[in-house]
Design a protein around this ligand. Structure first.
Ligand SMILES: NC(=O)c1ccc[n+]([C@@H]2O[C@H](COP(=O)([O-])OP(=O)(O)OC[C@H]3O[C@@H](n4cnc5c(N)ncnc54)[C@H](O)[C@@H]3O)[C@@H](O)[C@H]2O)c1
Ligand SMILES: O=C(O)[C@H](O)COP(=O)(O)O
Length: 599
């Protein structure tokens, strides 16, 4: 057995255009560079490539207003059709004549659009961050690359957050409307001061960090909640990372900057409004869906929330009779966070470069879908790809809040020579598993290293080379996260790192180790990990608690170190058990710790 290792991600970056360019690869080179077994090399075509005939200029449809510098760049390369405010039908008609489409958040790029393109549409460029309006699955199915512009509007969004914060505190919008209606109501619009007040920044990523910096300049005391942000990055700008409950309970102002994910959907709800200081004020420039809008109306009516300032809504545009929008203590803007001249110029250039590069057959570092792996390799690696992603997902969910993921090691045990096992796809999938549950970023082969680097996550790889014939590409994959605490202490190995390991058995990815405990369960659905005193009757006890809740158990396995001492029970469940059911499991005297993990 031999071991070789390499370090892939360097220190946290300051990205420039030249960095982005240097990350671009030629798509046509990829099949040869990837982990194609020798006998397949040079035969397999890429399953995903932009192929545009260079005999005539390609046509790019720009469906929403784009900055001039970006348009000029597009025009130097292609025929550009700027048609704004198209109806869905008009878009479907036009699209069959276009090789690329550029949109912002206002155009729905639905499955019908891809179907109507008749295969001609090769690239969709989203001039901005969120791609909620693009049907990614349909794009991929139709061989269409989707690229976005994730960084150019960060400052604009942060500035808009500050604009809403200050305008809300001083009733600027309401007072403006009042004076224009012929009134002069100086007593009615007395505001509140910001200096010395506590602002909770929920989501300490690109935008949240910039908001925190600016709010410090206003003399505010800043706390932040972000389970995945490193505490030292926050400390560096004088911000304390705190728990969710502490943040919402101590804040005078709350500003939201997390992505919309299953975990953050309606995270501000009745239960959480009830925990807030009476008179709290809320700003949202993230995504409407992170607030339960009906609950916010109730909290405003009850005086728990004194005011809210919102740039984003669950449904955009919101209905005209929306109680929230029409509430007298609510200030609204029509999703203007990214709408400054400067940001739109930056976004336009970023997206134009990405679209032109893609039409030329280059890889964009900001591609959000691009499984550019030869089909033979994909077929062979498919279960390992799933295994890698699920191990990443498991590992990051085991991290305790506030720890901040920085150092990750992936170990591949294989009898294949390194030359015959390119691990870039597997590493990308581990990265995807680590990052996607905690962000709005879409991670794939193209942008995985870029995304990890941008977040300051250092991923190193190690090969353990087995003797023997390489029947299968890999024996096992192990993911370790160093320098963190775990929500499940048993996941920490002897070396003090969170450790999960898996194998593919009969084509099915399985979890085979948690910390130093051996387990053996298929990686599907959701998992409850439970450390208990090894004694009879435990499976029945837990099973009946879940049964009473009508939670379907797909499997259970018990692994132990020493009989009658400690065991790890792994329970697969189709549904998420209620908090009460999980509490009942935790209350079983023999249960020492447990954790629920969504795969
Ligand atoms: N209104 C606008 O026009 C506008 C403009 C730009 C961005 N946005 C939105 O702002 C949000 C933030 O964008 P960004 O570029 O800063 O993204 P980002 O990925 O850089 O930052 C998001 C942060 O949220 C954190 N996070 C994830 N889950 C969390 C949770 N449960 N609780 C707290 N924090 C959590 C992540 O760790 C990350 O640090 C996104 O929703 C984006 O779509 C809106
Ligand atoms: O996701 C984004 O980039 C922002 O929400 C901005 O969207 P917009 O480009 O439609 O303004």
């Amino acid at each position: 057995m031999a071991v070789s290792s390499s370090s892939l991600i360097l220190s946290p970056p300051s990205l420039t255009k030249s960095h982005l360019t240097s990350l671009s690869l030629s798509w046509k080179q990829l099949p040869r560079n990837l982990s194609l077994p020798r006998h397949h090399r040079r035969r397999a075509p890429p399953i995903f490539a932009v192929v545009v005939s260079m005999n005539s200029k390609p046509t790019i449809l720009v469906a929403e207003k784009l900055g001039d510098a970006g348009l000029d760049l597009l025009k130097s390369f292609a025929n550009v059709d700027c048609s704004y405010n198209l109806s869905p039908e008009e878009l479907c008609t036009k699209i069959s004549l276009c090789d690329a489409l550029i949109v912002r958040s206002g155009t729905k790029v639905s499955r019908e659009v891809f179907e109507s393109s008749g295969g001609r549409l090769k690239v969709v460029g989203r001039a901005g961050v969120g791609i909620d309006n693009v049907d990614l699955a349909a794009a991929t199915e139709h061989g269409c690359l989707v690229v976005n512009a994730p960084t150019a509007n960060t400052v604009a969004a942060a500035e808009h957050g500050i604009a809403l914060l200050t305008a809300m505190a001083r009733n600027v919008a309401q007072a403006d409307a009042s004076i224009k209606a012929g009134k002069w109501q100086r007593n009615k619009y007395v505001g509140v001061s910001l200096v010395g007040k506590t602002l909770a920044v929920m989501g300490f990523g690109k935008v949240g960090t910039e908001v925190a910096r600016r709010a410090k300049g206003l003399g505010m005391n800043i706390i932040a909640h972000d389970p995945y942000a490193p505490a030292d990055r926050a400390h560096a700008i004088g911000v304390d990372l705190v728990s969710f409950d502490e943040a919402i309970a101590t804040a005078d102002f709350i500003t939201l900057h997390m992505p919309l994910t299953p975990a953050t959907s309606k995270i501000l709800n009745d239960e959480n409004f009830a925990k807030m200081k009476k008179g709290v004020r809320i700003v949202n420039v993230a995504r409407g869906g992170v607030i339960d809008e009906d609950a916010l109306v109730r909290a405003l009516d009850a005086g728990i929330v004194a005011q809210a300032a919102l740039d984003v809504f669950t449904v955009e545009p919101p209905p005209k009779d929306s109680k929230l929008v029409n509430h007298e203590n609510v200030t609204v803007t029509p999703h203007l966070g990214a709408s400054t001249t400067e940001a739109q110029e930056g976004v336009a250039i970023e997206i134009a470069e990405a679209v032109v590069g893609a039409l030329r057959g280059e890889l964009a570092a900001t591609a959000v879908n691009a499984p550019m792996v030869p089909s033979e390799v994909l077929i062979e690696l498919k279960p390992y790809v799933t295994l890698a992603e699920k191990l990443g997902r498991l590992a990051v969910q085991l991290v305790a809040g506030g720890s901040g993921v920085k150092t990750v090691k992936v170990t591949y045990t294989s009898a294949r020579a390194p030359d015959d096992l390119d691990t870039r796809l597997l590493r990308a999938m581990v990265t995807k598993g680590l990052i996607e549950p905690i962000s709005s970023v879409f991670v794939n082969l193209v942008n995985a290293d870029f995304t990890a680097k941008q977040r300051g996550i250092r991923i190193s790889e190690e090969r353990v080379i087995l003797d023997g014939s390489p029947q299968k590409p890999l024996e096992a994959i192990r993911v370790q996260i160093a320098n963190v605490e775990s929500r499940f202490a048993s996941a920490i190995s002897e070396l003090g790192e969170i450790k999960v390991e898996g194998q593919v058995k009969d084509g099915i990815p399985r979890l085979t180790k948690v910390g130093d405990f051996g387990v053996d369960v298929s990686l599907e659905g959701n998992i409850i990990l439970c450390r208990q005193v090894d004694q009879p009757g435990m499976i029945g006890l837990v099973g009946s608690i879940l049964g009473e809740e009508n939670v379907n158990v797909s499997f259970m396995s018990v692994g132990r170190t020493v009989p009658r001492k400690q065991a790890i029970m792994t329970i697969g469940v189709d549904e998420k058990p209620s908090k009460e059911a999980l509490k009942k499991i935790g209350d079983i005297p023999a249960v020492e710790e447990f954790v629920f993990l969504a795969l």
